[in-house]
Write a protein that binds this ligand. Structure first.
Ligand code: NAG
Ligand code: NAG
Ligand code: NAG
Length: 979
């Protein structure tokens, strides 16, 4: 209190001490301001209370409240206490002094306003475990090794052991066991946080700290020393009961150095390390669990699981098969990879031959460390085409554990000329997908998730990409790469180029990706006359390459300098006549490129986000150019007229359209590019965009597009025709949609109208398949129809919609609003998936009038809608005993709906015989589950034939006892509890 009094009188003396009391604003009334301050303070209090109750509702078992939110709550409380006291003080101040206090009051008002603004937390309050997208790691099911898994589980659940070391040779299945355990741990309430970190090799403490902090939803300061960061991380970790799984540790280190508190009985935390080295495990004082190879019997089972049981029907095969399995030495990785390569073979002779090859390979390296390498080599040799082999080998150029997106990998293959001779880029991409599928099927690549930079409402978004198992990669590098002239030093923390002795003789492909090479020595000119691919990407501080460097690399075809700090490219580039791909994306400092006029064979020029101010000299001469990316080159103001039409081979073009004039001028030129297949374009605002669309419509027919308006974001990239509008002022003008649009995404639209229908011109959108609306403050319903339009256009337009995804729309209260119409619109009749989350005003989801929308619905997700009362409603109360039929519904997820009283009216029943999964959690007001069980011929009820599980939160056991569900006892076996 003393401090506040001081502040008031301090202000008085300093402002009023001078004769010109300039703080008096004649037009303001002091009392009004004080009232305003009081009102603002009340709003702050109620906002704080709301946030606190939202946290209670949202924060399920293990979730953590975001740090900004915690800080905000603390500050809000402080401000509240201080200012209430201030208001008390002010009341007693004499009138003649009040005027002078006014400015102070104004400042306080602003302070509260700021707090109110800061308190919206569009990313959500808690760090979600990204439910539907799961922190679940895609993994193989375990065959054998169950006892090992159980042993580890015992240590995790018990008190005795804090550090666990899972130890065994490469390919024995350590990671798979831990992945399975990790996924099981997600369903446990014992730990608040389960973190999976792939430890880089060589170990990099700084990076490890970042990985762990990120997994905790926090950030460490990049400019601090490792020691300070360790202390900060320690602080973060102390707050939760965690399991940290450190996968694939090669070197000794100490937990303290990184900032992981010692796991012990008091904190109940656990650290699990997987490693090939017992020494590492012992050094960390782990309880060591050795993962042994599979028994012959388990091996056979795993092999058959992969290759398919039907091979056993081939006469005479069983013996050979057992011998082949024997050669795999019980290593799951070898078993699945080899089985993968024999899939579909039913000729005994081929099998017999395979056995001999495998035996030869294995005996050639008996008892060396490379045993597994040779087993894997076998399946490489069996990839029939050189094309597939080369594509596989190319993946080893990336650093260990790198997850590539399919698109990225296929583009690289195209650059290498590995996918050639196809009539279009689309055909080449399809071929690329087929190759990835093939490699995945052979277990030479594995599926993994590429996380996009989009994160909203606490959800992260990912898509499937591919990754090379580290042992498979090792095999590629040691066992095969050298024959093909590969030299791979990716992700090795190198700070300079390898010196002359370190170079493979006459390499063909050299990767130095993801190091920290700072400089290429001034006169270095490595003699690499056969080098066709040089990758120096992601050396973030590499700023200079000397003239001489490319002097003896004249055969270079692919040069990748992306994500480096280079400022200029040496002129010697101009002499690389055979260069066909120049990748310079994310070179933000790149200002200068020499003339490209000589590079007649150049097919790809990627300058995405590069710093260039003008287009490179000679670009107009690149008659072979197929791929040009100039997107987000912020300094590039225009593409001069006359250049684009020369690029007659162009298949893919990505540009920003920042000024109206450039759009129009270039667009007419774009129209002349006869081979163009894909156009990617970014616009500043809706006006520019609409202008573009109106022109584009005339010629777009066959061109796939990916268009963005507003701030740049990763595209969702699901379809050929997509539009994302991000953080845009939508306001007055309706958005005109291009023809063929399949995917529409509106994120953080500002000043949107009350409905989607009023925000965008839906008339053209009769191909719309997916619609995402995220974080729109104004939108009240998705479609708003007046009586005249109800049966017509809009409904036809939205009839193909398959996915409707609504996230954080605070004013949304209905899907369809029909003004004064009696006839229910025929709408959403192809909807397959409906997801709605964080829409706090929504009370009722699907009106009975939308019945036709039920016909194709396969998935319904409703999550964190705090006023949601009913999922399917009929206005007509007589219909209360109705049957609601959802012939295709497979998943029904209702989570965190504190007001949900019924799913479909009081007595209604839901018929959804195709249901597979039901999840209901945190819906405590729900008294009855109306899902009707199908009847057998004899009239007895039976669980739905495809039902797999009914998931509930663990502390809902009591609720389950009380909830009404006809024949509930039959469903008991399907129950599964999660947290
Ligand atoms: C790399 O550059 C960044 C930014 O310029 C700097 O902060 C960092 O210290 C540099 N790293 C090294 C290893 O030189
Ligand atoms: C460029 O490619 C052509 C055709 O493949 C080849 O004959 C020529 O030797 C290459 N140039 C260099 C410098 O390697
Ligand atoms: C495409 C479409 O149905 N648009 C409708 C949007 O809403 C207005 C009035 O609210 C209708 O007149 C349009 O037909």
């Amino acid at each position: 209190m003393a401090e506040i009094v001081g502040a008031i009188f301090g202000a008085l003396s300093c402002i009023c001490g001078t004769p010109t009391c300039n703080c008096i604003d004649q037009h303001r009334n002091f009392n009004d301001d004080v009232d305003e301050l009081r009102r603002k303070l009340d709003s702050l209090t109620s906002q704080k209370q709301e946030i606190e109750s939202r946290i209670q509702a949202e924060a399920r078992g293990g979730q953590m409240v975001r740090q900004q939110v915690q800080e905000w709550l603390k500050q809000a409380e402080e401000i509240n206490v201080k200012l209430r006291a201030f208001l008390e003080e002010v009341r007693g101040v004499k009138w003649y002094k009040r005027a002078c206090l006014d400015r102070l009051v104004c400042r306080k008002i602003n302070m509260v306003k700021e707090m109110l603004d800061k308190g919206s937390f569009p990313e959500g309050l808690v760090i979600e475990r990204a439910p539907a997208h799961g922190n679940i790691i895609p993994t193989e099911n375990l065959v054998g090794q169950i006892s090992i898994k159980e042993e580890i589980w015992g240590y995790l659940m018990g008190d005795e052991v804090g550090m666990i070391g899972v130890c065994g040779i490469g390919g024995v299945g350590k990671t798979t066991i831990m992945e399975n355990l990790h996924n099981d741990l997600q369903k446990e309430t014992r730990f608040q946080k389960v973190i999976w970190v792939i430890v880089s090799h060589p170990l990099n403490v700084f990076k490890l700290q970042n990985q762990i902090a990120n997994a905790m939803g926090e950030r460490l300061r990049d400019d601090e020393e490792v020691k300070m960061r360790a202390a900060a991380l320690m602080e973060i970790m102390r707050r939760v009961r965690y399991v940290v799984i450190l996968d694939d540790v090669w070197q000794k280190f100490s937990l303290k150095e990184v900032g992981i508190p010692d796991p012990n009985v008091q904190n109940g935390c656990k650290v699990v390390v997987t490693s090939r080295s017992i020494e590492v495990c012992s050094y960390l004082r782990c309880k060591v669990v050795k993962v042994k190879p599979l028994s012959q019997e388990e091996s056979l089972k795993l092999f058959l699981n992969t290759v398919g049981d039907s091979v056993l029907q081939v006469p005479g095969l069983e013996e050979i098969l057992k011998l082949i399995v024997g050669e795999c030495a019980g290593l799951p990785l070898a078993l699945v990879v080899i089985a993968g390569s024999m899939m579909g073979v039913d000729d005994v002779n081929v099998w017999r031959n395979a056995l001999t090859e495998l035996q030869d390979l294995v005996s050639s390296v008996k008892d060396s460390n490379d045993e597994i390498v040779m087993r894997l080599r076998f399946s490489f040799d069996r990839l029939d085409s050189l094309q597939v082999k080369s594509c596989f080998l190319y993946c080893s150029l990336f650093r260990e554990d790198y997850v590539f997106s399919r698109r990225e990998l296929i583009e690289c293959w195209i650059d290498e000329g590995l996918i050639d001779g196809l009539p279009s880029r689309e055909a080449a991409c399809n071929r690329g997908h087929a190759i990835i599928d093939r490699l995945e099927k052979n277990f030479l690549l594995e599926k993994d998730i590429v996380w996009s930079s989009i994160s909203l409402g606490g959800c992260s978004f990912g898509s499937y990409g591919a990754k090379m198992h580290d042992v498979v990669r090792g095999m590629a590098i040691i066992g095969i790469g050298p024959e093909f002239g590969y030299m791979i030093k990716a992700g090795m923390n190198l700070v300079e180029l390898p010196d002359e002795h370190g170079w493979v003789k006459d390499p063909k492909k050299l990767s130095l990706m993801e190091n920290n090479i700072l400089k290429v020595p001034p006169s270095l000119s490595p003699k690499c006359l056969s080098l066709s691919t040089l990758i120096l990407s992601s050396n973030p501080n590499l700023s200079e390459i000397p003239e001489s460097f490319f002097g003896e690399m004249l055969a270079l075809k692919v040069l990748d300098l992306s994500s480096t700090a280079i400022e200029t490219l040496p002129n010697s580039i101009s002499k690389l006549e055979n260069l066909s791909a120049l990748r310079l994306q994310h070179c933000m400092k790149l200002k200068y490129l020499p003339s490209l006029a000589n590079l007649r064979g150049l097919k790809k020029l990627n300058l995405h986000k590069a710093g260039i101010e003008v287009v490179p000299h000679g670009m107009g001469m690149l008659i072979s150019l197929e791929y040009l990316d100039l997107l987000f080159c912020q300094n590039l103001k225009e593409i001069p007229t006359g250049i684009l039409p020369n690029l007659s081979s162009l298949q893919y073009l990505a540009v920003c359209c920042l000024q109206e004039t450039t759009i129009i001028r270039n667009l007419e030129e774009v129209a002349r590019l006869k081979k163009l297949e894909t156009l990617e374009c970014q616009f500043d605002g809706i006006q520019d965009f609409n202008h573009f669309v109106n022109k584009f419509k005339d010629f777009q027919s066959a061109i796939a597009y990916s268009l963005g308006v507003g701030t740049a974001r990763d595209m969702i990239r699901q379809s050929k025709y997509e539009l994302a509008i991000t953080e845009c002022e939508i306001g007055e003008e309706c958005v005109v949609l291009p023809n063929n649009l399949e995917d529409l995404c509106i994120i953080k639209g500002r000043n949107m109208r009350s409905s989607l229908n009023k925000t965008v011109l839906l008339e053209n959108a009769n191909e719309l398949r997916r619609c995402h609306i995220w974080e729109g403050k104004e939108i009240e319903c998705v479609v708003e129809l007046d009586s005249s339009s109800s049966s017509s256009l809009c409904c036809r337009v939205l009839d193909k919609l398959e996915l409707l995804d609504l996230l954080t729309l605070p004013k949304l209260c209905e899907l369809v609003r029909v003004e004064g119409a009696a006839t229910p619109p025929h709408i959403f009749s192809n909807l397959k998936k409906l997801t709605i989350s964080h829409c706090s005003r929504m009370r009722k989801l699907l009106p009975l009038e939308l019945q036709q929308a039920f016909q194709n619905l396969e998935e319904i997700y409703v999550n964190v809608c705090k006023q949601m009362e009913e999922i399917i409603t009929s206005l007509d109360s007589d219909a209360s005993s109705d049957k609601f039929t959802f012939p295709k519904l497979r998943r029904l997820f209702l989570t965190n709906l504190p007001q949900l009283k019924s799913i479909c009216s009081a007595k209604g029943v839901m018929v959804c015989d195709s249901i597979e999964e039901i999840a209901i959690s945190r819906c405590r007001e729900l008294k009855r589950i109306p899902v009707q069980l199908p009847l057998l011929d004899n009239g007895q009820p039976t669980p739905p034939p495809h039902l797999r599980e009914i998931e509930m939160d663990r502390d809902a056991k009591g609720w389950w006892e009380s909830v009404e569900w006809d024949h509930k006892n039959l469903l008991q076996p399907f129950l599964k509890y999660s947290d």
